[in-house]
Structure formats: C-alpha cells, structure tokens
Ligand binder design. Structure first.
Ligand SMILES: Cc1cc2nc3c(=O)[nH]c(=O)nc-3n(C[C@H](O)[C@H](O)[C@H](O)COP(=O)(O)OP(=O)(O)OC[C@H]3O[C@@H](n4cnc5c(N)ncnc54)[C@H](O)[C@@H]3O)c2cc1C
Length: 458
C-alpha cells in the first residue's frame, strides 16, 4: 500500500480537533481533517477501528440504490410486518419517548413531497461521496476487496417488478442511472442466480455502483491516519462533552477501559461521530438529534464453490437482503429492527433473522456457500449492528448549536456509501469552506430545510 504523507494546507488555520468514534465516519473525518493540516485525536471505546456498526455490513457502495425508507406505502408495510419474525422491518415498541418521537417524525416523511426532497439530498451526498472515495483510493492505494461490478436487484413477482419500473423512472429524474433488465439479462450480468431463475421476474442494474469491505477500508485508513500523525485513543469511554464557553474551549471527559480516573481533553472543536450513540452524548448539551438505532444482521459465509459465487453485489427484493462477495467469502445482510439498543444475537428473533439470511443464500445458489448452522457443524459468522437511522435517511453533518461541537452521524443504511464524502464535507465545513454539493448541512440557517425542521421538533 502506498503511504500518503499529509501536509498542512496553507490557507486554513490549523486547529486542534477531537473526533469521537472510530467507525467509517469518524475515521474518514479524521483523515480528511488531517489532510487539511489539523491536529487530530480520535477517541473510541473499542480496541480498534470499525468494531461496531462498520464491522460487517452489506458491503454495498450503493450510490444509486438509495431510496429512503419513508415513502407513501411504508406505514402499511410496517403494520403488516409487525408480527412476522423474519419480516424485513420489525417494529418492537419500547417504553422510550425517543422511539415514539422518531416514529412520528418518520410518519411525517411518508409522503411524496418529503420523499422527493429526501432522495435529492441522498443522491447528492452519494455522488459527492463516490467521487471522494475514488480520490482517496487513488491517493492511498487502499485495498478492501473492492469490486467495481455494479449492483443488481432482482424481483420475484411481476407486481414487484412492475413497481421497480416506476422506481427506475422516478430515480432517473434525480440523475440515477438505473436500468430495468429482463431475467435473461440479469442472469447474464450475474449468472450465480441461475439455479433460482424460475422464481425471478426481472431486475434492475446500476453499473456505476460497487462493493467492498467497510471494516478493512476503515482499518487501513486508520493506520494511514496514525502514520500521518493522528492520535488514536482506543479503549476509552466517552463520558460527557462540554461546549466552549466564556473563553474556555470545548472539552470531552473520557476514561480508559482498564481503569484509572476520568480525564478531560480540550480542543478547538469536537466532532461527534458515535453512530447510534451520538444523540445520547449530545442531549445533555441541549442538542436533540433524530437518530434512533435500526438493528440489522449479517452472516459471512465461506465459499464452497467460488467459481459459482456472485461477484456482482445484489439485492434480493423479496427478503430485502444484500449479498456482496468479499474475497473468498459471501456477506449476506439485511433486516431492520426498531427496538432500542439491543445487541443480542442469541434471542429467538435474532436467531430467526440470522437463519433466514443463510437459508436464503442456500435457496438462491444451492451448494455454493457453506450454509450449515453451528449445530450442524458449520461456521457462519453471524453479526448484528445498529444503523444510526434518521427518519429521512439523511445524515446530520455540520455544526450543532453547542459552541465548538460538531456532528457527523445518522448515516443509517448508507454509512459505508456516504463515509468518504461525509468525512470530506465535514473537514471542508470545519475549515470554513462550503463543500461542493447541494446538501442541507446541520446548523446552516440558509439550508434549514429538513434537517433544520427536525432539529427544531426533535
Ligand atoms: C446489517 C447492516 C447492513 C448494512 N449494509 C450497508 C451497506 O451495504 N452499505 C452501506 O453503505 N451501509 C450499510 N450499512 C450501514 C453502515 O454500516 C453504517 O451506516 C455505518 O457503519 C455507520 O458508521 P458510523 O461510523 O456512524 O458508526 P459506527 O461504525 O458504529 O462507529 C461509531 C463508533 O463510536 C464509538 N462509540 C459510541 N459511543 C461511544 C462512547 N460513549 N464512548 C466511546 N466510543 C463510543 C463506537 O465504539 C463506534 O466505534 C449497514 C448496516 C447494517 C447494520
């Protein structure tokens, strides 16, 4: 891998910045800030980067498959799915006002006007982020099981395929290059699904999308950050934040996991990139963010017949699961559970959802992956993570009303896709520049739009 020596940009004031969180968003932010010459410290409770939600996601860099969850039909679908343990979306009501507030905000987004506005924002960030990712890969030479083979989507019923055609038309209006493909064309693009052909009505394909391992990318970028002078403080709990006040700088109280007293780090600015936990840290400062955890699962499977396994990252629409080839493994990921910060994998619901992923792979491509469950002698790597979901699917990137405290969180289903660009945009904003994209950054009054109105109600 090529090592990039980052230098100080001549025209930006050098600041001392603390980035909280070492997932894809925090590490990308740290990288871009350092590249602009800022002094950066990253703090995370884990023993290394990408050990929470950025660890084993679906691997899709999905600029063109980016529709927000909130649409006209979403409330009815959610009701229908409420009692099905294997449903793509599961709402598990909690005695938690944050969950109910989030749901009300989500319902307010379930109309055509909000959908159009949200898509425009997500597409803009996606395009900016894809360009940023390419630029970073070119500069650093990072390898991350990248496959630039596009993303396919297939439908098992004619009704779903007809609806997909409407989606293609709609997304074209926003510049998304998605095309409808017949079953034969789909199987030419990705022959791995041939054994399932008789159940496929048709598909869609976006040539410019890609896939890769978010964890590997984040780990390697973190190594480059360290080599460029970023201080990485792992195994430290972040306890509280303090905004800048009366000449005192912003600060963070942290404590090492291995004991010892809490200590305070101060800085010119603090970026909170703690995924689903971001609102918990910011709420005491009066900053209310519409971010709620959306639990999802993945299984990583060894390949028994690599030559028959897919190389084009694909979504099976009927189960809403994504499959990505990551070297000599297949990652299958999906489902959303709105039920708080529950990270257990051993509950009946979690178990049912993980097994559904594995069964689906076996049905689509029998004998290609090792789909035996642990009790059958297999070794599927089951995992779950909490997507930091916003009601709009638009992340919160920008300044908060607490002096010296910034936010880069709420990337939901698309944190890997939007990671490179979110870090780059954040670094530009903090350096006093306007990033080159039409996006409602958090806290910018001239762009209040949606994020502003959610902030006000949240
Ligand atoms: C099943 C599943 C499939 C997905 N598939 C895709 C996909 O195909 N494509 C895509 O683009 N996106 C996908 N995503 C979404 C993507 O993984 C997330 O949006 C992204 O990982 C969020 O990154 P983050 O850096 O914001 O959060 P994280 O990776 O969770 O990082 C936050 C960090 O903050 C730290 N932290 C939090 N609180 C504290 C504290 N109090 N003290 C110290 N440290 C703290 C955590 O340790 C963590 O390291 C998927 C997600 C899931 C769950």
């Amino acid at each position: 891998m090529m090592l990039l020596v980052v230098g100080k940009s001549a025209d930006t004031a050098r600041m001392n910045i603390i980035v909280l969180g070492a997932g894809i968003i925090g590490i990308s932010t740290a990288w871009h800030l350092r590249e602009r010459g800022h002094q950066v410290t990253v703090v995370d409770r884990q023993s290394g980067p990408a050990l929470e939600t950025s660890y084993a996601n679906g691997g899709q860099i999905s600029v063109s498959y980016c529709e927000p969850w909130a649409n006209r039909q979403a409330p009815w679908k959610a009701l229908k799915w409420m009692f099905d343990k294997e449903a793509p979306l599961l709402f598990r009501p909690q005695l938690d006002p944050a969950q109910w507030r989030w749901c009300l905000q989500f319902l307010a987004q379930c109309n055509d006007k909000a959908f159009a506005r949200n898509v425009q924002q997500i597409v803009a960030l996606g395009a900016y982020s894809h360009a940023a990712l390419k630029e970073m890969v070119k500069k650093t030479g990072i390898e991350f099981e990248r496959l630039e083979r596009g993303i396919a989507h297939f439908y098992s019923t004619q009704k779903a395929f007809d609806e997909a055609a409407e989606g293609v038309e709609l997304m074209r209006q926003y510049g998304v290059q998605r095309r409808l493909v017949s079953r034969d064309e789909l199987l030419k693009i990705e022959p791995a699904f041939t054994p399932y052909a008789e159940h496929i009505a048709g598909g869609t394909f976006t040539e410019s999308d890609e896939s890769g391992d978010a964890r590997v990318f984040t780990e390697k970028l973190a190594q480059l950050c360290a080599a460029a002078g970023v201080e990485l403080l792992y195994q430290h709990d972040i306890l509280s934040l303090q905004a800048a006040d009366s000449g005192k700088p912003a600060s963070v109280q942290i404590r090492a996991k291995n004991g010892g007293a809490a200590r305070r780090l101060s800085a010119d600015a603090v970026v909170v990139a703690c995924g689903s936990y971001t609102p918990l840290l910011l709420q005491p400062l009066g900053v209310k963010l519409p971010i709620y955890p959306g639990k999802g699962y993945s299984a990583t499977l060894a390949l028994l017949q690599p030559e028959k396994a897919p190389v084009v990252s694909t979504i099976d629409d009927s189960c809403k699961v994504a499959m990505s080839r990551l070297g000599n493994q297949l990652r299958v990921a999906g489902t959303i559970e709105l039920g708080g910060f529950d990270m257990r994998l051993d509950t009946p619901t979690a178990r049912a959802r993980c097994e559904m992923l594995v069964r689906r792979v076996e049905a689509l491509m029998p004998g290609v992956c090792d789909t035996r469950l642990p009790e059958e002698g297999g070794d599927p790597q089951f995992w779950c993570g909490l997507r930091p979901a916003t009601p709009t699917n638009i992340p919160c990137i920008g300044a908060t009303q607490a002096a010296g405290i910034w936010v880069n969180a709420g990337h939901g289903t698309l944190g890997w896709t939007h990671g490179a660009g979110s870090g780059k945009a954040m670094a530009a904003l903090m350096s006093g520049e306007r990033p080159a994209l039409d996006f409602g950054f958090w806290g910018q009054s001239e762009l209040r739009g949606l994020s502003g109105s959610l902030a006000a109600t949240g």
